[in-house]
Design a protein around this ligand. Structure first.
Ligand code: FES
Length: 117
């Protein structure tokens, strides 16, 4: 069962940027992409750095350290050197305008097993 909890206000995450939030003890990047709002673990699968500090490009976020991009819908790496997916989370926006709240279910979506990770 999906259990959403408040993560931040939508106005705190400018379009085409990401923000690190803590939800139920997990560091999660809330990403405001052109395609909508996404939630992905705030940890690159290549090394322990914040994805929220990366660049948002379409429906992907690019790690600032070595440039791997991750699909925001699935967490799948789209470019090397990262090989392993990053967990993603169900997310929704409740309310409108400046009062719109981003809510996340901190239970990760299943991610595809890409082998040798
Ligand atoms: S730490 Fe993210 S690609 Fe290397």
């Amino acid at each position: 069962m999906t259990q959403y909890v408040d993560a931040c206000l939508l106005v705190e995450v400018a379009p085409r940027t990401a923000k690190r939030v803590m939800v139920s003890g997990r560091a999660i990047a809330v990403v405001h992409a052109d395609e909508g709002v996404f939630a992905i673990d705030d940890r690159c699968s290549h090394a322990d750095v914040s994805l929220a500090e990366g660049e948002v490009d379409g429906c992907a976020i690019e790690c600032w350290l070595h440039g791997s991009a991750f699909d925001l819908r699935t967490g799948t790496p789209l470019s090397p050197p990262a090989m392993a997916p990053v967990p993603t989370y169900p997310v929704r926006v409740v309310g409108e305008g400046d009062a719109a709240v981003v809510q996340i279910d901190p239970t990760p979506h299943p991610t595809p097993n890409r082998g040798n990770q």
